[in-house]
Design a protein around this ligand. Structure first.
Ligand SMILES: [Zn+2]
Ligand SMILES: [Zn+2]
Length: 233
């Protein structure tokens, strides 16, 4: 990297802007590009993310370059992204993990709720991750889906990741905790295990199937309970 930096410093004499940009190595493993740009993320304490990626391995949100995790964090923050004091610590993966898992679960969860819906009921879903503080003032990040009628919520499904354990995915149906699990791809990385695309894909499928089955079973019970006349519940 230093070679390229030095070369760009020499080059600044005649062509400043272009050569300065064209001299940063991409941090993606195996990528040989020298056209990386630094991640723009700053956390609430003003700390920067020290990665740089080329256009294939980074992401752009609202015109700014980010590494993939922080692109997903900024997207997860939604409206909160404009407030630097709400930016989680550089190493915190909670908001981006909620967003990934909720995006992957979106089609099956909508399917489950639509199947349980009666005429005149609708499925609503959060497009953004929201920041919630529990009774101990611990921050957690959530995204949810709701089956509603004109009187209110019938079934609510929520994906949650807390700041104090940003690898643990929790799924709730109403107030029932139906899943508490560390995704297999994070578990493997934690244990320093190598993985192949095949293993990753099959473990991912098992992980999501497990979540979907648990959601479906509990959501069905909540539906049945809401169908009972109030005095028999
Ligand atoms: Zn790259
Ligand atoms: Zn970053």
């Amino acid at each position: 990297m230093s070679i390229f930096r030095r070369r760009s410093e020499t080059a600044t004499l005649d062509r400043p802007a272009e050569s300065a940009v064209a001299a940063l190595a991409c941090d993606s493993r195996g990528c040989m590009r020298q056209t990386a740009v630094p991640c723009s993320y700053r956390d609430r304490r003003g700390r920067a993310c020290n990665t740089a990626f080329c256009e294939d391995h980074g992401s752009t949100v609202a015109g700014l370059p980010y590494c993939r995790r922080h692109a997903s964090t900024i997207q997860a923050l939604g409206r909160l992204a404009g407030d630097p004091l709400s930016h989680p610590d550089v190493g915190n993966r909670a908001p981006s993990l909620v967003n990934w898992v909720a995006n992957d679960l979106d089609p099956p969860v909508r399917e489950i709720l639509s199947r349980l819906a009666h005429a005149g009921e609708r499925v609503l879903s959060d497009q953004e991750v929201t920041l919630v503080h529990d009774q101990n003032r611990q921050p957690r990040w959530e995204r949810s889906w709701r089956l509603v009628d004109h009187t209110g919520v019938i079934v609510k499904i929520t994906v949650i990741v807390s700041d104090d354990d940003d690898a643990l995915v929790r799924v709730r149906v109403g107030s029932d905790d139906v899943v508490r699990a560390v995704p297999p791809w994070i578990e493997r990385r934690r244990r320093g295990l190598q993985s192949t695309a095949d293993v990753d894909a099959s473990q991912r499928r098992i992980f999501y199937r497990f979540i979907e089955e648990n959601i479906a079973a509990t959501a069905e019970r909540h539906r049945q309970a809401s169908d009972q006349p109030v005095w028999t519940r």
